[in-house]
Design a protein around this ligand. Structure first.
Ligand code: C5P
Length: 314
């Protein structure tokens, strides 16, 4: 069965595209690389939390971006020139020898510094959308290397299909036959810096050939259980090497992990480099119940849980 390809929708003279968030259900760091990055083996799934990107042509005018914040968690200055949407559009235009123009409007719902790939997803959405709006005609296979120039996670979001990712995260192997998964997520008020978490993991981990062999075995088992719909067994193999490192930097994550141990989830783990924490639940109903239960605690002494919500895989 062919996987769905992400496309932009034309609405009047505007173009629209949804940019989903992702969760890492498995992440092993296989070792440091000479280029300063780390070799990864990770399973990423897109989830139903979306930013939305709208584009209106403005021939002869400049390329601009306005940002509409839907989440109280987004505090950063997202409209500056460094925003990945503008960088992606300029990178594509430069590659195509095209003079970029138009107005981007980004509605942000994906929490930032959460390990949910918000900025990367926006960048990939901008590439796919601009490619269509500017009628450049590149295939997704051609867009993926451009995406990799913008960030390790960006190629995954060009198609936004569940995938195993290798290299620094940019080598994508799509996965067919993924079951529907239900999640509860807590996004603590404080975020975590990706470079800081990777620096910490390098300090606290030892890497060897056995790391690589064990990881590929564990991931193969995880995929097998997922394919057969045995989520409880799959959950026992879900894991994030960055979690322990993140706990050194943010000790309050330990308390969140303990609370997630009390909601009966199949698996509990941090996503990406954090700081969002994920519970893999038995059903949508179980996920909604967990939101209520965690929110009841999410006062006073437990304020570190931050924003708690339920979602599911796309
Ligand atoms: O590629 P991206 O811009 O998302 O990476 C941000 C930072 O995270 C890198 O500069 C690097 O410090 C760290 N990183 C890493 N290994 C990876 C991905 C990211 O060390 N595979």
């Amino acid at each position: 069965m062919p996987l769905p390809v992400k496309t932009a929708r034309k609405v009047g003279s505007a173009w629209k595209i949804l940019a989903p968030a992702k969760l890492n259900l498995y992440l092993e760091v296989l070792g440091p690389r000479a280029d300063g990055f780390h070799e990864l083996e990770t399973l990423m799934v897109p989830v139903r939390v979306y930013d939305e990107l709208v584009y209106r042509p403005n021939l002869g005018g400049p390329l601009t971006l306005s940002v509409n914040l839907k989440s109280s968690l987004v505090e950063d200055d997202l409209t500056n020139d460094d925003n990945l949407v503008l960088r992606a559009a300029r990178h594509l235009a430069n590659f195509a020898n095209f003079v970029p123009h138009g107005k981007f409007q980004l509605t942000k719902r994906i929490p930032v510094q959460a390990g949910m790939g918000g900025g990367s997803s926006d960048a990939a959405a901008a590439l796919v959308l601009a490619n269509e709006a500017w009628k450049l005609g590149y295939s997704h296979d051609q867009l993926r290397p451009l995406a990799a120039d913008l960030g390790s996670d960006v190629p995954f979001f060009v198609d936004s299909c569940a995938a195993i990712c290798h290299g620094r995260g940019e080598q994508i192997q799509p996965i067919h036959r993924m079951p529907k998964l239900h999640f509860v997520i807590a996004k603590p008020p404080a975020g975590l810096s990706t470079p800081a978490v990777f620096r910490q993991v390098a300090e606290v981990s030892e890497f060897s050939a056995a790391t690589v062999a064990n990881s590929s075995k564990q991931l193969a088992e995880l995929l097998e259980w997922l394919r057969s719909g045995a989520i409880a067994q799959a959950g026992r193999r879900m894991f994030n090497r960055l979690e322990l490192a993140a706990m050194h930097l943010a000790p309050w994550l330990t308390e969140i992990r303990e609370l997630f141990g009390r909601i009966g989830c199949h698996a509990r783990l941090m996503t990406g480099s954090g700081s969002a924490y994920v519970g893999v639940m038995k059903s949508a109903r179980h996920a909604r119940w967990a939101v209520g239960w965690l929110n009841n605690l999410n006062r006073g002494a437990y304020a570190n849980l931050g924003h708690v919500f339920a979602t599911s895989s796309c």
